[in-house]
Design a protein around this ligand. Structure first.
Ligand code: PMP
Length: 313
């Protein structure tokens, strides 16, 4: 079973707050209707001992779009958002450990869309520096909701109920993740990442209009593919194409790039050549060993670091 970390601090009500004090009232819409929008962001230690958060501004912009679609006010500027993230990372950073943070806008006041107020809460967790292992995956019997039921474009926790059901279903078949189809029976995405396929040397991925989140990592992979001169197209993907693909992988901020070795028990013919090239480049870039025109990083300034960490680097 996954053991969740309990860090010493979270960010809430505009300040660093001890973990146990970071609580919401049971009467607020964040609790009664699961009303929130969020982002999962990742920070990496670089080879020069700086700590870089990848695509922070893109995450901020997607948070704004999600908030707008659910009519949740979010008056923070990017600089204020960045400062809040830097504060918490600075407080929790451990030398050599990467971090993943969830920046969540919880609805704390209001009722059925009237008088809505929200608070930005940030929680952050340590991650070991590692390259993700290949996985087996299945296709779920649960479906991604459509744009007129619960739009995939909105990154809200309620959108993850179906992903949770899919993972429960997958666990009984020994799969750690599952692919969700849309209500047309075509590939939408995995429970927390996007799906990529290689056929005859070309990378394909479904456009977000097929029921996938507008993924920041996917745009980065597209840029890497351009740099490596590997053709990359967004087009609908049929379920059966997954079974005859040359390579499959899933990608996301937390997932990074995870190769798939079998789908619904069908071993892939081969796995490796195209996505290995992308993966090698991906990990070199996020650790500051190489650059790419499609890459953006925000380094946590040293003034935010705890004294112990500042002294070690
Ligand atoms: N789809 C879902 C459902 C996700 O939760 C994520 C992770 N945020 C993704 C796709 C990948 O998005 P990103 O690359 O922006 O992390």
């Amino acid at each position: 079973m996954t053991k969740l970390q309990k860090p010493d601090y979270a960010y809430m009500n505009g300040k660093i707050t001890p973990w146990d004090d970071a609580v919401l009232h049971i009467g607020c819409e964040a609790v009664t209707r699961g009303l929130n929008v969020f982002e999962g962001i990742k920070g990496y230690w670089n080879i020069d001992n700086s700590f870089g958060i990848v695509f922070l501004e893109k995450h901020y912009k997607r948070l704004i779009r999600s908030a707008k679609l659910l009519h949740i006010p979010f008056p923070m500027t990017f600089e204020q958002y960045e400062d809040a993230v830097f504060q918490l990372f600075g407080k929790l950073l451990a030398n050599g450990k990467d971090m993943w943070a969830r920046t969540t806008l919880y609805v704390t006041e209001g009722h059925w869309g009237e008088g809505t107020k929200a608070d930005l809460v940030i929680t952050a967790y340590h991650l070991d520096k590692s390259v993700p292992e290949p996985i087996d995956i299945g296709v779920s019997t649960w479906q991604r909701s459509s744009d007129v039921s619960l739009p995939a474009r909105i990154k809200t926790s309620t959108n993850y109920q179906v992903g949770r059901l899919a993972r429960i279903e997958g666990r009984s078949r020994n799969y750690s993740d599952m692919i969700l189809l849309n209500n047309q029976g075509r590939v939408a995405e995995a429970t927390g990442s996007c799906v990529l396929m290689v056929r005859d040397g070309v990378i394909y991925t479904p456009p977000s209009t097929e029921g996938a989140l507008e993924s920041i990592t996917l745009d980065f992979v597209e840029s890497l593919a351009n740099t490596l001169k590997i053709p990359f197209f967004r087009r609908p993907i049929d379920r059966t194409e997954l079974l005859i693909a040359d390579e499959l992988c899933i990608c996301g901020t937390l997932a990074e790039l995870i190769p798939i070795v079998s789908i619904d028990g069908n071993e892939m013919d081969s796995y490796g050549p195209i996505f290995s090239q992308i993966r090698n480049k991906f990990f070199k870039i996020v650790r500051g060993e190489e650059s790419d025109p499609g890459f953006e990083v925000s380094f946590v300034p040293e003034k935010y670091f705890k004294k112990e960490i500042a002294m070690q680097i």
